[in-house]
Design a protein around this ligand. Structure first.
Ligand SMILES: Cc1cc2nc3c(=O)[nH]c(=O)nc-3n(C[C@H](O)[C@H](O)[C@H](O)COP(=O)(O)OP(=O)(O)OC[C@H]3O[C@@H](n4cnc5c(N)ncnc54)[C@H](O)[C@@H]3O)c2cc1C
Length: 385
């Protein structure tokens, strides 16, 4: 039984990023084992995020935009990103880029197999795959696998982020100057539904039908709203689907317990990094990865890392209540948000880096009655919808 310094249950975004940050730090030594049931050889997702400055992924950014579009049934905003740019990275490019770096280090073994258990042994963490057991000093878990077979008692998520994306080749060239951040010109059906459109090239664009929905309201048909949007709103008569991606991600607003036993730490979405009100986690995962490495270097263990902000967790909880109860009004809230605030202020707020005065200005710009009604109805003071 080979002993590793670091075991990774799952080598998606968070596992690969953390492994890369570990091997890039000269103060951290030892071998790594990365286990995943899937081979990362498919472009299964496209990461979009707003950022100022550069990231370690600068060389693989597929495209960047300085201008975004927000459209509602009766509103339209052309948003020029002041300090930020909106960047897009293709899943396959990131998997290849990081796997190459990890293999070149000579310190990383990859295993393509299902993980069947995660537990603790004597002075080590144990990762099981069928009959095989692997031991390591620390284990980073980005799967939903339960620690030592304990059923995790998660509350049901109040909302899911459900989306279907098509990369299409349209019959006529499209304008690629602006990325459509949110376009609400689609029936809301008492949920939050919008389109996200990434125009990579005049003849290649990603269109995503995105919805924040309560568990019982998940949609079954994405084809008809997508075809309608492409034809009626975008004016594209015919197109070829080149690639597809999809997701149905649970959005939790409770703060997750990340530490499992004395040697296992949850990372990525399994650690609660998917922000419930935006569905973005890319940058949070990068930041968390650097914090874990800092803890390993300074404290010789991975657990001394900042927890989520209680203030923003509360804001997220309230926003999720509004989305569950008054989802069909969200486009009006966004319209006001963009009308009354600078884009820097909005993006800092969504990044949870806004100052207190900035937060107050954001809150003052929004219709308070939705928020009060959502909180009161949750507390049982008003009839539930
Ligand atoms: C299609 C899609 C598009 C997205 N777009 C964006 C975006 O634009 N911006 C953004 O910020 N976020 C986006 N996200 C959300 C988030 O960034 C991604 O979900 C991200 O991949 C999360 O990283 P992770 O490491 O937590 O999970 P993953 O990348 O999903 O990695 C978990 C890994 O664990 C493996 N695994 C699970 N169970 C087992 C098991 N039992 N045995 C072995 N292996 C196992 C899986 O195969 C997977 O590879 C998107 C998500 C999806 C699905």
């Amino acid at each position: 039984m080979e002993k590793y310094e670091y075991l990774f249950a799952g080598n998606g975004l968070s596992g690969l990023t953390l492994a890369y940050d570990i091997i890039s730090n000269p103060l951290l030594s030892g071998r790594l084992l990365m286990v995943d049931r899937r081979q990362k050889n498919r472009n299964d997702r496209t990461w979009g995020f707003w950022h100022h400055g550069t990231t370690v992924f600068n060389d693989i950014v597929y495209r960047k935009w300085k201008d975004l579009i927000f459209a509602g049934p009766r509103s339209f905003h052309h948003i020029h990103l002041q300090d930020f740019s909106y960047q897009v990275i293709r899943g396959i490019d990131l998997y290849n880029f990081l796997a190459l770096k990890l293999k070149a280090s000579g310190r990383v073994d990859f295993l393509n197999a299902p993980i069947t258990a995660i537990r603790e042994g004597k002075d080590c963490a144990v990762l099981c795959s069928g009959e095989n057991e692997y031991t390591g000093k620390w284990l980073f878990n980005s799967t939903n696998m339960n620690f030592q077979g304990h059923e995790q008692k998660h509350k049901k998520p109040p909302l899911y982020l459900q989306f279907n994306g098509w990369t299409i080749k349209p019959d006529k060239p499209v304008n690629t100057d602006c990325l459509t951040f949110m376009d609400f010109r689609t029936p809301q059906k008492r949920g939050v539904r919008f389109f996200y459109m990434v125009p990579y090239k005049p003849d290649r664009l990603l269109i995503e039908y995105t919805a924040f929905l309560a568990p019982k309201k998940l949609y079954k048909d994405h084809k008809s709203p997508m075809e309608r949007y492409i034809k009626d709103v975008m004016g594209i008569e015919s197109f070829e689907i080149l690639e597809e991606e999809r997701g149905c991600l649970p959005l939790f607003t409770s703060i997750k317990k990340r530490r499992q036993g004395s040697r296992v730490l949850c990372i990525g979405n399994a650690a609660g990094h998917l922000k419930a009100t935006t569905g973005y986690s890319f940058k949070r995962i990068q930041e968390d990865s650097l914090n874990i490495v800092r803890s390993l270097v300074e404290y010789k263990h991975p657990f001394r890392i900042p927890g989520p902000s209680r203030f923003y967790s509360f804001v997220d909880r309230v926003m999720v209540l509004v989305m569950t109860r008054f989802g069909h009004t969200i486009h009006r809230i966004f319209d006001l948000l963009f009308k009354k605030n600078s884009v820097n202020r909005i993006l800092n707020f969504l990044d949870e880096t806004a100052s207190l005065p900035e937060c107050l200005e954001i809150m003052q710009s929004l219709p308070a009655h939705y928020f009060y009604r959502a909180i009161f109805s949750e507390m049982g003071f008003m009839g539930k919808k």
